[in-house]
Design a protein around this ligand. Structure first.
Ligand SMILES: C[S@@+](CC[C@H](N)C(=O)[O-])C[C@H]1O[C@@H](n2cnc3c(N)ncnc32)[C@H](O)[C@@H]1O
Length: 456
């Protein structure tokens, strides 16, 4: 008997000229073509003499099972899907069905996935060049995915400044998902962020609407649409939606000179290796800004700013600001030592809430995983396991203290020495300085190393 074969064919957005040679050849080779009835219509010119199996929208697993059954009989089966069959398509379910039935790639039936242009890049081509920088796709279909997962992804994509392509944006029954998506995106993006809505791209009823995030949900959107939401630098000009590639970060204009400090073919000054130097330069230029304002300016976690300050070199300092990382295994010792620092200001920040608590350092205690600051006025409980990094911090005579941050680099707690009548208490300040000297991680291997600290 002839060996069966399953060809998983993505035929592109719809127009014949956007189907790949391989997709066309695969359909030509097939004895049986299986697909959703709308897809079958889109490739009807290629189906002469073939057994055609039309399936409904919800019969996806049936399509896979039927493909396998035909292949077991020695037939070549093309299971077709619009766009790319591996993107919100039938490739995944087919492999799952096959593997569950005991099929393995080296045994009998051959399986080939044939890629095609997916809706997001096909639709992007119709409106300009909106995907020229980092992008992601999110399906708003909650038929198989919990809404909380979709909402989390929307939030993360919006926060991450990705251009976002929304698949399955709206249907007759699912009308509110696009409204919620708009609300979540607006938490992080401007109202005038460009949005393109492409309906039936490269098909007979193609329609394009250009709008903004504020008006997106009011537009005519359905299951045949893909919605492209720009990032913070996407613009619309002459009816074209463009996301800049980033040349403006390096060059004065597209064909012009490199900007001061930048080099062609090299990472930006704000690249991985050198952006901390930019932080220090900014701090020197803005000496009165506090760490939180600096973190907000760079849209970076506080721990990165403390790290940047701590990597100071004599010719590249952070003005009066200084910080020293504390070795992870010394954090508990530092917390214990803080009992000698007198009255402290404990500061806790959480997304728009700031609590500043005046405490005696002796109010500190620990029980199990919890660090507790308890006195007659308040109880503060902090999970010790959340502290991943800690820094001593000093800003001239303006601030002295320790910052504790979590795995995301966010501030969990800072303990700051307080002044009385404009002066630090001499003994407490001295104790703090001694602790800084003792527990700070030595940045220069030529100076005393950590072993020395442990010996002391
Ligand atoms: C189940 S997904 C299938 C995606 C397909 N496998 C692909 O790669 O494009 C269906 C969604 O794809 C998008 N889509 C597919 N073809 C499209 C087209 N020609 N124009 C606009 N959107 C399209 C729509 O968002 C639609 O709701």
């Amino acid at each position: 008997m002839k060996q069966g074969k399953i060809l998983l064919v993505g035929f592109g957005p719809g127009a014949a000229e956007h189907m790949t040679y391989r997709a066309r050849a695969a359909i030509a080779e097939a004895d049986v073509v299986i697909g959703y009835s709308t897809y079958i219509k889109l490739v009807k010119e290629l189906l002469d003499g073939k057994e055609v199996v039309r399936k409904g929208m919800t019969e996806e697993i049936d399509r896979c099972v039927e493909a396998y059954e035909h292949a077991l009989k020695g037939k070549v089966v093309a299971l077709i899907s619009s766009g790319d069959i591996g993107i919100y398509g039938m490739a995944g379910p087919t492999y799952e069905v096959l593997l569950q039935s005991g099929w393995t790639p080296d045994q009998g039936i051959e399986v080939e996935v044939i890629p095609g242009a997916t809706a997001l890049n096909a639709c992007a081509a119709l409106v300009g060049a909106p995907l020229t920088h980092d992008f992601c796709s999110i399906s708003l279909s909650d038929l198989l995915t919990p809404w909380t997962t979709i909402a989390r992804r929307l939030d993360a994509a919006a926060q991450g400044d990705f251009v976002v392509a929304l698949y399955n944006p709206k249907s007759g029954r699912r009308t509110q998902q696009i409204v919620e998506a708009q609300r979540i995106m607006l938490l992080h993006r401007e109202e005038n962020t460009p949005v393109a809505i492409v309906k039936s791209g490269y098909r007979r009823r193609q329609d394009i609407q250009m709008t903004t995030l504020a008006h997106m949900a009011d537009c005519d959107i359905g299951m045949l649409c893909t919605v492209l939401i720009g990032n913070s630098s996407t613009f619309i000009k002459e009816g074209l939606m463009i996301t800049p590639r980033g040349y403006a970060n390096k060059y004065a204009d597209l064909t012009g000179e490199t900007k001061s400090g930048e080099q062609a073919g090299r990472s930006l000054t704000m690249g991985l290796i050198s952006w901390h130097a930019c932080v220090r330069a900014y701090i020197r230029e803005n000496p009165t800004l506090n760490l939180h304002k600096i973190a907000a300016y760079f849209d970076a976690p506080l721990s990165e700013i403390l790290e940047a300050v701590s990597s100071t070199e004599p010719s590249d300092d952070a003005g009066e600001k200084q910080s020293w990382p504390i070795e992870t295994d010394q954090i508990d010792a530092v917390l214990e030592t803080s009992a000698d620092w007198g009255t402290l200001r404990a500061v806790v920040r959480n997304e728009g809430t700031i609590a500043e608590l005046l405490m005696d350092a002796k109010n500190f205690s620990s029980k199990g995983d919890w660090l507790n600051i308890t006195n007659e006025h308040f109880h503060l409980h902090l999970n010790r396991n959340k502290i991943v990094n800690a820094w001593f911090y000093s800003h001239g005579d303006k601030q002295q203290g320790v910052y504790f941050t979590d795995a995301l680099g966010k501030l969990l707690l800072s303990l700051l020495l307080i002044k009385t009548d404009g002066q630090y208490q001499e003994t407490e300040l001295e104790q703090f300085k001694q602790a800084t000297e003792l527990y700070r991680k030595r940045m220069d291997p030529k100076t005393e190393d950590k072993n020395k600290i442990n010996d002391e």
